[in-house]
Every structure is written in structure tokens, then in C-alpha cells.
Design a protein around this ligand. Structure first.
Ligand code: MN
Length: 285
């Protein structure tokens, strides 16, 4: 199932190029009282709500996808987790370009660990990227995003996919510079998730997906998730060897080579096999 959040927080099921409004399924969510449990409530309840969503989608009057505003499919992630250097060709380009490396000695992902991005940085494709520090280099990083479906900690790799709800396209936008990664990558709108969440049953092998990004129609990144240094199960194992994950947590799995600058007015197009394609505009903040 392809599930999106659109317009004024409507929930839709995507079939072909049509969207089926299934927002009525939200009535099945339990009402919550403070303090809220960690995690995104809709992702937490997704397995329980899914049959009702499929039923509603069968009966809904479809509308063209082209006419809606796509928001981040996860509304309230507890964490956005990033993998800093997880494709060898990106490590090589970063080490040969001081604008990226900035004097840092980029070691392996195992030595560097993961980073966190502020959840306030998250937007959907239709909201676009509002670029700050336009005089500095701001780069696109196209990434496979993993959406956690089930809580866990110390998850072994052979059970890691049991904890996945699905996948989406992630853009890990970055202003280059000497500041800490979590600071530079947490600017409002610098985490884009879309165009929808694809449940894992539609992605039998997340380690074999073509991934491409164009800027204004010119291809910049073109790779496949088979080149991930830590694949999806290992990323979950590694991350949860340090901390727990909850439903709705997003892991951006790292970017291949070809990262490069964007400026206000640019349009990024990102495509991942089996997930889809999204367009994201860049404007000045
Ligand atoms: Mn990244």
C-alpha cells in the first residue's frame, strides 16, 4: 500500500496516478492524553487500520494526484536518524572536496556513528526547501528513508525488517561548513520525506533499488541501494545498539556520490525504484 498525507492533513491511498481519500480511518485511532507515548500514532496503528483503509480506498471517488499538496507521510516522527557516510563513492568525493569534508577525517560509518536531525526540519515534497545561508553551499542528498513500524532496541539484523513499516524517499538537505552535522542539517525544511510511505510488502528487497536525483532536469545522483556500506538491516542493528526506535522514526540511510549545490529557483526530482518520484522546489527562506 502507498499511503500519503495531503492537503489539510488528509490521508490517502495511492493507486496508479489517483489518490483515494481514506481519512475516515483516522476515527479508529485511540484518543490520547498527556503525556503522549513516543512515536507517530498513525504509524503505530498502521497494521490495525490498514484493512479499513483498503476498504475505504475501494469505495472512494479517486482524484488525480497532480492536484493535491503532498505533505510528509509521517507527521510526528520521534527521531530523524541520519547515516553520515554510507556509500563508498560518497566518502571518496567528500574526502577529495574540502567544502564537504571541512578538515574532518571521514572514517567509516562504524567509527563515525549515526546523527540526528531536528524533527522540526521535516516537510513533504509540496512544501519545498526554504534555503537559508544562500551565500554558502547548500547540497541535496538523495536517500532511501526507512520508516520504523515497531519499537525495539538491540534489534539483531536477522529480525530488523520485522521492525520496518515501509520506505519513502528522503532528502537530507545540508548546508556545508564547519558546524556540527546535527546543526547544519536541522534547518527548517532541510528534511524532505515523500512522496508517500510504501509499505514493506511492496519492497521485497530494500537492498536492490535504483536511486536517482536530477536538478532542473540534469542528472546528479544515480546509484543503487546495493552499494550501501551498511544495508537496511545492519543500519537498524547498528542504530539500536545505541538507542531504541519507535514507530514513525525515520532513518535516512545515506547518500551516494553526486551531491551538489542547489539555489533558490531550482527544482529537484528524486526517484527510487518501487517507491516513486517526487519534485521538490528550492526557494529562499
Ligand atoms: Mn545524508
Amino acid at each position: 500500500m502507498k499511503l500519503c498525507r495531503f492537503d489539510q492533513n488528509r490521508i490517502g491511498v495511492i493507486r496508479g496516478d489517483q489518490i483515494h481519500d481514506v481519512s475516515a480511518a483516522l476515527e479508529l485511532l485511540p484518543s490520547l492524553r498527556w503525556p503522549l507515548p513516543l512515536g507517530d500514532q498513525l504509524v503505530t496503528e498502521l497494521d490495525r487500520l490498514r484493512p479499513e483503509m483498503e476498504r475505504l480506498a475501494d469505495r472512494a471517488q479517486p482524484q488525480p494526484l497532480a492536484g493535491v499538496k503532498l505533505l510528509s507521510p509521517v507527521a510526528n516522527p520521534g527521531k530523524i536518524i541520519g547515516a553520515p557516510i554510507n556509500y563508498n563513492d560518497h566518502i571518496a568525493e567528500a574526502m577529495s572536496d574540502q567544502t564537504i569534508a571541512h578538515g574532518r577525517d571521514l572514517k567509516s560509518i562504524g567509527e563515525t556513528g549515526m546523527f540526528l536531525k531536528a524533527t522540526s526540519s521535516l516537510v513533504g515534497p509540496s512544501e519545498g526547501v526554504a534555503q537559508r545561508f544562500v551565500d554558502r553551499r547548500n547540497d541535496h542528498e538523495a536517500e532511501l528513508a526507512i520508516i520504523i513500524g515497531k519499537s525495539g532496541t538491540n534489534i539483531p539484523r536477522d529480525r530488523a525488517l520485522d521492525h520496518v513499516a515501509g520506505y519513502a524517499i528522503g532528502l537530507d538537505m545540508t548546508v556545508r561548513g564547519p558546524e556540527l552535522v546535527c546543526f547544519r542539517k536541522s534547518i527548517d525544511t532541510y528534511s524532505v520525506l515523500g512522496p508517500w510511505l510504501v509499505t514493506k510488502d511492496e519492497v521485497p528487497d530494500p537492498g536492490r533499488l535504483d536511486l536517482k536525483l536530477w536538478v532542473n532536469g540534469a542528472i546528479r545522483q544515480n546509484s543503487n541501494t546495493r552499494y550501501l556500506v551498511y544495508d537496511v538491516p545492519r543500519l537498524i542493528e547498528f542504530t539500536t545498539s545505541y538507542y531504541s526506535v519507535q514507530p514513525g522514526d525515520i532513518i535516512m540511510s545515506g547518500t551516494p556520490s553526486g551531491v551538489g549545490p542547489v539555489k533558490p529557483g531550482d527544482v529537484m526530482t528524486v526517484e527510487i525504484e518501487r517507491i516513486g518520484r517526487m519534485e521538490v522546489r528550492v526557494r529562499a527562506a
